[in-house]
Design a protein around this ligand. Structure first.
Ligand SMILES: Nc1nc2c(c(=O)[nH]1)N[C@H]1C(S)=C(S)[C@@H](COP(=O)(O)O)O[C@H]1N2
Ligand SMILES: [Mo]
Length: 224
């Protein structure tokens, strides 16, 4: 190796390593186990075809998290006047909404599904979000985190889903809840959410910290 070729070699190696780091957690880990009631699954909604759960991809930084609904608590805290600890039964007792929403992973794959859950507006009304709050951070059982702007969540009436294609969210898909971040790349769709922090500062989550775009608008830039 000549002296001149060393920096080029290092550059190539660092590109390969950074590419590996950036994409490793977004790689498909197909899951063939059946952990949901397939007979209850719907395949069509308001004339639109849905992707069967068995054909939807599933990926996560640390694999499936097992959460017990009997002991589960969703903690809502930070810039709220009324911090909450919501049980699974309480979550599913709120007025529910069902919507057709497509998930697009930044890698290029996606799927169409219907999602049923409670809107964050419903929860934030009860938690009494403070006026100067701007951002919301979602913390997950597997150590994953991501954030979304409060205006985006409020204006789009974004929901926390506990059902997918009419079946209870399977464990590998985020039971008990997944954020249905409409028009945002998949890395904003936090699964196994245990904590919701309301803040007045932007926050970079697991993938955002390594370079993924913090707006994550579908069709917009993936990085930077
Ligand atoms: N807790 C947690 N949530 C997560 C992830 C993760 O690794 N951990 N991966 C994200 C990414 S990159 C994508 S594309 C979607 C995939 O969601 P799905 O299982 O509904 O397909 O989950 C997102 N939410
Ligand atoms: Mo993703």
């Amino acid at each position: 190796m000549t002296v001149k070729s060393i920096p080029i070699g290092l550059l190539i190696i660092s590109f390969i390593i950074s590419g590996f780091i950036l994409f490793s957690g977004c790689i498909d880990e197909s899951d063939t186990q059946q952990t949901y009631n397939t007979s209850a699954e719907v395949t069509e909604y308001e004339g639109r075809e849905l992707t069967p759960i068995s054909e939807q991809r599933n990926n996560a930084i640390r694999g499936t998290q097992q959460i017990d609904p009997d002991t589960y608590k969703l903690r809502v805290y930070g810039m709220v006047d009324n911090p909450m600890n919501i049980s699974y039964d309480q979550l599913t007792a709120y007025p529910s909404d069902t919507r057709f929403v497509r998930l697009d992973c930044v890698e290029g794959w996606g799927f169409d599904a219907i999602w049923t859950g409670v809107t964050l507006n419903t929860i934030f009304e009860e938690a009494q979000v403070q006026e100067n709050a701007t951002n919301v951070i979602f913390y997950c059982e597997d150590g994953y985190s991501t954030s979304l702007e409060l205006d985006y969540l409020a204006d789009n009436d974004i929901m926390l889903a506990y059902e997918l294609n009419n079946v209870t969210l399977p464990p590998e898909r985020g039971f008990p809840i997944q954020v249905v971040a409409e028009d945002k790349y998949g890395y904003k769709w936090a699964k196994w959410v245990t904590g919701i922090e309301v803040t007045d500062e932007p926050y970079e989550g697991y993938w955002e910290k390594v370079g993924y775009n913090n707006n994550a608008d579908v069709g917009g830039p993936a990085f930077g």
